[in-house]
Design a protein around this ligand. Structure first.
Ligand code: 5AD
Ligand code: SF4
Length: 466
């Protein structure tokens, strides 16, 4: 792959986009309301917050649902086939809505569009789409929308540059918690994964820009920040002055933001320095998302993960030594090409050995253009389904056992909303990342509440207020 340099979007380019925002606002035919539909990971959720921020600055209000919006924008994911199919299914369904609202503008953006040939395919097969763009030119939404509204033809723009754009408007999903992207892209090329192809090469934001953003959020009363990146542990690579993720965390920890979390970490880049920072920190939460993907050395090698089962378990032990009771979560893929029953059993035994608080489990999905998609020994669906069911059942059991350590313990909950089961209860996440339900009302939302856990119900911790 050609050597690509990250491109920081200049102030002039941003000003140009602000000019387009003003132009859209002045157009009589502009949409009055928008709805952004998000698929995929937290990076996408945060991109959608930025898209919504720009749309509001163009004078649009958020619609209650997509049926009642003038502009519906699908921010897509392509990490697995089902994410892609779901997005395309929903885009097609919107064609019917347009029969009722002929002015409806339909846009599709994000990772799916960034795949080679996809934009052309969308334009041929989904002729009712008005606007399509990728991940690297997201900041150009005002310009692209302006062109769409002034033309009868669809506007399609996909760029191959690795951009970093600062100071874009954001419409946050939550007032008490906020995302901060610290790095973009990924250089790991795990053999099954499409992300490096659609999100580009790894590039880190300047530490000062991140600290400035964190400070603004703290001053506005945000209680929790979530640092985002495909591989946050390699933050700083390519930056002048040798910044590291551990250093960034140390600086943020000194800032008095009550809660700091981050994801995702790659086990091979989890340094002792980072573990040390976690040991001595005040605000970094005692939780760690550490995707293992498989418990078999041979499958890990085929996946190009660049660690062994033993090295992974060593990191888990180091984390637990440094932060006793730390909440551990993971991602696991079953049915990778060539995976034998014995190798699957290695994954099962690893899950038992670690005892995760939760695990995101996936059936391997071949992605065109990745190395694994061309490998021999693709596993049939029935075998993969059977494996994932056994894995989920085991994890469910392990989760129950892991939850037991909270019984009788004090915790702090950042309340997210009313409980789904009762209007006299609220729920949120404890410091370890586990969901906790407690007595409360709407007024508690966004507050940090001290509780004692006294029961476990369906893998949720039930607590009383202190
Ligand atoms: N098939 C199945 N799961 C995948 N993931 C990434 N690529 C694939 C794929 N092709 C999973 C990995 C990753 C998570 C975000 O998605 O477990 O950690
Ligand atoms: Fe994909 Fe691997 Fe990069 Fe994660 S680390 S985004 S799984 S290539």
């Amino acid at each position: 792959m050609a050597d690509r340099k990250p491109v920081k979007v200049t102030e002039e380019q941003l000003e140009e986009q602000r000019q387009f925002m003003r132009e859209v606002r002045a157009l009589p035919q502009r949409p009055r309301s928008y709805f952004v539909v998000t698929y995929g990971c937290q990076m996408n959720a945060h991109d959608s917050e930025i898209l919504a921020g720009m749309l509001r600055d163009m004078g649009m209000e958020e619609a209650h649902d997509r049926e009642n919006a003038d502009f519906v924008l699908f921010n897509t994911c392509c990490v697995r086939d089902n994410a892609e199919r779901r997005a395309l299914g929903n885009v097609t369904w919107l064609k019917e809505v347009r029969k009722r609202n002929p002015n409806l503008v339909i846009g599709v953006c994000g990772c799916m569009i960034q795949q080679p040939g996809m934009a052309e395919k969308i334009m041929k097969q989904y002729r009712f789409v008005d606007l399509a763009f990728g991940t690297s030119n997201l900041y150009r939404l005002p310009e692209l929308l302006c062109r769409t509204l002034n033309s009868d033809r669809a506007v399609v723009e996909v760029e191959d540059e690795d951009t970093i754009a600062e100071d874009l408007p954001v419409r946050r999903l939550r007032q008490d918690a906020a995302y901060i992207t610290i790095m973009y892209g990924c250089d790991n090329f795990c053999s099954y994964c499409i992300v490096p192809y659609v999100r580009g090469r790894e590039r880190s934001r300047d530490m000062d820009d991140i600290l400035r953003e964190a400070e603004t959020l703290r001053n506005s009363g945000v209680k929790e920040i979530m640092l985002l990146g495909q591989n946050v542990n390699s933050y700083g690579k390519g930056l002048e002055g040798g910044a590291t993720f551990a250093e960034l965390l140390r600086r943020l920890d000194d800032m008095d933001i009550p809660r700091i979390r981050f994801m995702t970490s790659h086990p091979k880049d989890l340094s002792d320095e980072l573990i040390d920072v976690m040991r001595g920190s005040r605000h970094i939460l005692p939780q760690f998302h550490l995707p293992v993907q498989s418990g078999s050395d041979e499958i890990l090698r085929q996946m190009n993960r660049r660690y062994t089962r033993e090295q992974y378990l060593n990191r888990v032990r180091a984390l637990r030594d440094a932060v006793p009771g730390i909440g551990l979560t993971t991602d696991i893929i079953v049915g990778f090409p060539g995976e034998t029953e014995e190798q699957f059993q290695d994954t099962m035994s690893l899950v038992k050995e670690v005892g995760y608080d939760s695990a995101f489990t996936f059936i391997y999905s071949p992605r065109k253009g990745t190395r694994a998609a061309a490998m021999d020994g693709q596993i049939n669906e029935a075998v993969a389904t059977d494996r994932i069911q056994r894995l989920i059942a085991l994890q469910d059991q392990c989760q129950k056992e892991a939850m037991a350590r909270f019984l009788g313990q004090e915790e702090e909950v950042l309340v997210e909303g009313l409980s789904r089961r009762s209007d006299k209860a609220v729920s949120g996440k404890g410091r370890h990342g586990v969901s906790i339900t407690l007595p409360g009302t709407e007024e508690d939302v966004g507050q940090i509440v001290r509780v004692r856990v006294n029961e476990i119900k369906n893998n949720t911790l039930m607590a009383e207020r202190l």
